[in-house]
Design a protein around this ligand. Sequence first.
Ligand code: ARG
Length: 564
Amino acid sequence: MIKEVIKKSIEETFGSVNFSVEHPGKEEMGDYSTNIAMVMAKQLGKNPRELGEELVSRLLKDERLMEVVERIEVAGPGFINFWIKDRILIEGLKEMFGKDGHCLDSDFMAGKKVLVEYSSPNIAKRFSVGHLRSTIIGQALFNLYRHSGAEVTNDNHLGDWGTQFGMIIAAIEEKNLEVTKMSVTELENLYVEFNQRIAETPELKDKAREAFARLEKGDSSARKIWQECIGVSMKEFDEIYRKLGVEFEHENGESIYEKIMPGIIKEALESEVAVEGERGALIVKFEKDGKEYMPPAMLRKADGTTTYFTRDLATIRKRLDEPDLKSDIYIYEVGSEQTLHFRQVFEAAKLLWEEAKEVEFKHVAHGLMTFGGEKMSTRKGTTIKLEDVIYKAGEEAKLIAKNEVTDNSAEKIGLGAVKYNELRRSPEINYDFKWEEALSMEGNSGPYLQYVYVRTKGILGKLKNQKLEIKNEVRLNEDERRLASWLVLRIGEGEMVESAAKNFAPHLVCQTLFELSQKFNGFYDRNRVIGVEEQELRLLLVAVTGLVIKSGLAVLGIETVEKM
Ligand code: ARG
């Protein structure tokens, strides 16, 4: 990596000082910049600019460095700025071109394992906007780690257990309904209705409790209804996953943790991580020096049933034990309303198990998405159905496209718009969904990037089978250089993927691609590509831009179209 060459040269020339090498804020300031002169000047009590000049003269003697660097200058209060050689940038472009879909890969996670848990809808409940957010962001995180050299797996932590199934079973038995003929919405309504009736007729609560107890004991009629609820729900959810292009390697629902929970409860009691709370419940307290640093969590209710918390602890146990799940980083993409829950779960795991301290648990929390300022709620029946969003997205996309688009392309544009709109901001941000924003052809949107890709295709299509034999001593003009530097140093070197993965932040990919598009448009507006002396080099820039947009969008789970 070019950045590493600079870092290493500085380190070897001046010893291990705490310095940084970054991209300067302005392009006129070069490709990289270091603060080493300012750091050393402080230590030595010298003038940073003068010291900077001294350091530069020593760096200029480093042959390895001077193979990649064209120019080194002191600027501002004492920054040292570096300009990379045109030849190196051109080589970088060619290399990217040859790597195809891997042109943006990093290897910073080589040899590491990552598990991403996302989507995780609940059986017999509708797939909510929150689950949609989790699915889109989670899939992007999964892809990012795939492109970072890690071995990655994913798990859909389905909500298929809990006392609410007692209510559903009781309601179905009471009305003698045929579950296989019902939709998820109908199942959910059944639950909502039963819940409301409990308020008037408290005895129903016992009925539900009794039904859940039967389910736990393996009673065949209760099990059958439960299985059918899973079947009905998964059929709908799988259709959503197919549309979104999401596949899971593991779909371990909460129910499978039933068996390992008794052992965990025992272990927690023996190690005194869990204690008996009021009225016979078992709780985990989080205290240090007699002070509570988090509210306690419930491991087992007074009536003997386990909780969501218990199941999440059991999930960690299984993920630490099983080779195909065991990882260095465990990512949970779940709404921010569960932040405390996950803090408690991760902390309890660390109190219980040494291995849990050696790995990283990360809750990537998404915020709230509203429509027209209103929160959607299944209870109030104000959720919108995902299928409607996808259909509407396709219809809207047809309106913005300049050319005729097929239904297939329209769906890709529409879905791309929805996904990109979700991914372009940091997950925890709350936002109001607006079609104008998602479909904007001027701004930071999916269709905007898809259109830039179509533009690159159009240029390249004019010249088929063009061999790109560029002489390395070609000089780049300013537009070419800016574009090449962005492509090679921000993306081709793996930087975009690395920083997005490290920060669990797919929006950094969006930002980098959007800026790339703006640079590309600037370049293309001011420079002719076809029929000029620089044709080959310019075609290479166009080709690599197209490739990066296609591959970058793929990381975000978004497809490109050939025409729009
Ligand atoms: N099913 C839960 C819900 O819809 C989300 C599960 C999140 N994952 C977990 N390990 N708790 O709220």
